[in-house]
Ligand binder design. Sequence first.
Ligand code: S0N
Length: 276
Amino acid sequence: MQWQPAGSYEDILFDLCEEGIARITINRPQKRNAFRPRTVQELCDAFSRVRDNPRVGVVLFTGAGPAADGGWAFCAGGDQSVRGDGGYLDESGLPRLNVLDLQRLIRSLPKVVIALVAGYAIGGGQVLHLLCDLSLAAENAVFGQTGPRVGSFDGGFGAGYLARLVGQRKAREIWFLCRQYGADQALAMGLVNGVVPLNQLETEGISWAREVLQHSPTAIRCLKAAFNAETDGMAGIQELAGQATHLFYRTAEGQEGRNAFLEKRPPDFSDAPWLP
Ligand code: S0N
């Protein structure tokens, strides 16, 4: 696999390969890949560029490691060292909660996002992992929440969608007890799709991405929107309905409406059947 750098950032790495796979890496290993506002802004930029690139169908989302002390992390959540009294302070001192923008971007990306988790996926990092469509854990992966200990919580996807995945009892245990769970426990509770040795994590992710890329982009984007619609309320329905509109635009029937308007004539839908 030949990765080509696709952008220049301070806190992340963004690479593409010719096969249609992107790799986005949080690159703050000395902070266990905790995110500050800049990190989130850069992640949003990279994911937006993936969204706009019609050659890319799958994103591998991961964290850089190991750190100088040998520690591994996917992401340890919000960077507590820049947490002010009203949010995470950006470089101009403005408090931000911009990880919520990133969550929605990953959730609605009409492509497949695969989390590759080596080491800790904790706090807001565990929520980011949760929002990926598929998740592969290395044997050293550790998942957990710390919010009730460090004075934060994610009552959106971090609570509701977690409960959908692992069940209400387990989700409450994860948040109320703030314990840590290893890769095999995560697999048993349905938090991840598979567990592999650390040195095979990326290879396995690439292999899963290649399988996805053999399939219909339209079927997959509609399925992703359908899975989201079940849990995401009106925003989920909007996303699924948008896929239907997208398909309708590509039909002769949809195009007749546009053509008739531009040609200043009544539309003729007589070729469109009223199918059962
Ligand atoms: C990850 C842990 C368990 C790793 O332990 P380990 O391996 O023993 O390493 P340490 O020595 O603890 O850490 C190594 C260095 O990394 C720094 N560091 C680690 N995590 C963070 C962090 N989150 N912020 C800042 N620095 C971090 C350590 O400080 C150490 O550096 P030195 O040696 O220089 O001190 C362990 O590190 C751990 O438990 N980390 C904290 C995990 C945590 O509590 N995360 C925050 C949880 N909260 C959130 O994520 C907020 C979520 C959020 O953003 C949000 C959610 C919903 C709505 C809005 C928001 C929003 O605020 O935007």
